[in-house]
Design a protein around this ligand. Structure first.
Ligand SMILES: [Zn+2]
Length: 418
């Protein structure tokens, strides 16, 4: 049993933050037992770790991130999607044929992610099984809850990043068998996006999804070009999302649709029906994709929405920064397209990056009793002339904080060494 003292803030629901100033939280076997203003009688005598006026918040979840693009973050940000893929992204991903190079990059990536307060993630590897397997194992070893996918592509990319469909399906099956029973980090099917996958490949991984009861992550209606290509290449489907529905990929586990910026009515209906997540990646949207998700509208229609760093189309690995950017983008969306769009509140954005996404990872993203205790203590954000309230501290952290403002990190109830 652990007892911690701090100001405690988490998302109670979509609209409200739960705020427990100057309170005690008890954690046993990695799970939150309760929060009290005074130490309950039964816990007297247990030593207290006192964080003073530090603010305890849940760790963040990143629902869309490309680990092999880590070395490209903050570079070539003046390109648009197609040029950026061909000049920047695909040449980098080719290097992951070398497992030793991959190890170096993936360990640095995971350490940086945790340092920036992200402890759960849906991660893309590359087509390379060995490198992607190392990424998954390395995440699991750290105790990070998440999903890692070996990418599937069999057309419309550079030769070295394509596999024959039968090879891709066979390698993916081996990947699912090898890593399917890990403790914290599991495989997820990862067709990159419809234009890079033939119907044969999509049908094959659809069968694997059903056989192994495993979910799917992909880029969904990310750009107008992609949405149009999906309709041309899959004429029997009314929209991008239906490609995956028809293949039986939306009923076996988490469904994670990256970006979801240009959905049709059918895309929204299908994603909502299957309980899938649309993932907003604000920095990525600003730099590379040039479109803004209808976040408020999707939330109002019952679609689950999470946030992603989308390294390296996005440049900042800390999802906390994307909470702020998501609010900003919703205002631009409302300003330029007032018809049917609304701005979102800070509480909504914080909820998306914590509690709403945490459902995917077995009860993370909250500090209410029963939650997995993956948490951060933040401080150093007040001014000498103005002491912030706990909720103001959280908001300012998301706007102007850095990893230096994270004073302590807990994963599965254990304090991590700095
Ligand atoms: Zn992406």
């Amino acid at each position: 049993m652990k007892l911690l003292h701090a100001d405690i803030v988490y998302a109670e629901d979509r609209e409200h933050l739960a705020i427990h100033p100057d309170s005690y939280i008890a954690v046993e076997d990695g799970i939150v037992k309760g929060i009290w203003r005074k130490i309950p009688e039964k816990f007297r005598g247990i030593p207290v770790t006192d964080y003073g006026d530090g603010v305890l918040i849940p760790a963040f979840s990143d629902l869309h991130v490309h680990a092999p693009q880590y070395l490209n973050r903050g570079l070539e940000m003046d390109l648009l999607l197609e040029d950026w893929l061909n000049q920047c992204t695909f040449p980098m991903e080719e290097q992951f044929a070398d497992p030793e190079f991959a190890k170096l990059v993936y360990d640095a990536f995971l350490d940086d992610m945790i340092a920036n307060g992200t402890m759960h993630a849906c991660v893309y590897g590359t087509i390379h099984s060995e490198a992607t397997g190392y990424l998954l194992e390395s995440m699991d070893r750290r105790g990070m809850r998440g999903f890692v996918g070996k990418i599937n592509m069999d057309r419309n990319a550079r030769e070295d990043l394509l596999e024959a469909p039968e090879t891709a399906i066979r390698e993916t099956e081996v990947f699912l068998e090898r890593y399917g029973s890990n403790r914290y980090t599991r495989p997820i099917l990862t067709p990159r996006f419809a234009p890079t996958c033939t119907p044969e490949l999509i049908a094959g991984i659809g069968k694997l999804g059903k056989k192994y009861r495993v979910g799917v992550q992909t880029h969904l209606v990310e750009s107008r070009w992609e949405a149009e290509q999906a309709r041309i290449l899959y004429p029997e489907c009314s929209c991008d999302t239906e490609i995956y529905e028809r293949a039986g990929l939306l009923d076996n586990g988490p469904v994670i649709g990256g970006h979801f910026i240009f959905p049709t009515e059918d895309d929204v209906r299908i994603l909502q029906k299957h309980g899938g997540y649309a993932v907003q990646c604000p920095d990525s949207t600003i730099s590379i994709i040039a479109g803004i998700m209808q976040t408020g509208t999707l939330l109002d229609r019952g679609v689950k929405v999470g946030l992603g760093s989308d390294i390296s189309a996005g440049h900042h690995i800390g999802v906390f920064t994307q909470v702020a950017r998501s609010v900003q983008l919703s205002k631009l969306k409302q300003f330029y397209e007032p018809d049917g769009n609304r701005k979102i509140s800070f509480a909504e954005a914080f909820w998306m990056a914590t509690k709403q996404s945490g459902d995917l990872f077995g009860g993370t993203g909250s500090l209410e009793p029963g939650s997995v205790f993956d948490a951060l203590v933040i401080d150093g954000l007040s001014d000498a002339a103005r002491k912030l309230t706990p909720e103001q501290t959280v908001e300012r952290f998301c706007y102007i904080g850095t990893k230096e403002n994270i004073r302590a990190r807990y994963m599965n109830g254990e304090l991590l060494e700095r």
